[in-house]
Design a protein around this ligand. Structure first.
Ligand SMILES: [Cu+2]
Length: 103
């Protein structure tokens, strides 16, 4: 038990220190930036800076459910633990397209 526990305790702070957060702003009917690069383990937070209306983040290609609607000041987040390119749209405005590249 002791031999297992110590390596786990040593790894935990390293894992937490490495995880980062990136913000994608939603403003003027756009995701800003449209393409964001993060590292595996990072979290991306989308936040609406609009004055009215709502947007969503929908990773439709992956067959995932659409996010809750984001009204002004609201946010939604997703953690990415695998490298890859993740394209998403806004449900009500499919012309709004964004991409997350996980390295
Ligand atoms: Cu939208």
């Amino acid at each position: 038990m002791r031999r297992l526990l110590i390596p786990l305790l040593l790894m935990l702070p390293l894992g937490l220190a490495n995880a980062g957060t990136a913000e994608v702003r939603i403003e003027k009917m756009k995701f800003v930036p449209e393409e964001v690069r993060v590292k595996a383990g990072d979290t991306v937070v989308w936040k609406s800076y609009e004055r009215r209306g709502y947007h969503t983040v929908w990773f439709k290609d992956e067959g995932l459910a659409e996010s809750e609607p984001m009204f002004p000041e609201e946010s939604w987040q997703r953690n990415f633990d695998k490298a890859g390119t993740y394209t998403y749209i806004c449900g009500p405005h499919p012309e709004m397209i964004g991409r997350v590249i996980v390295e």
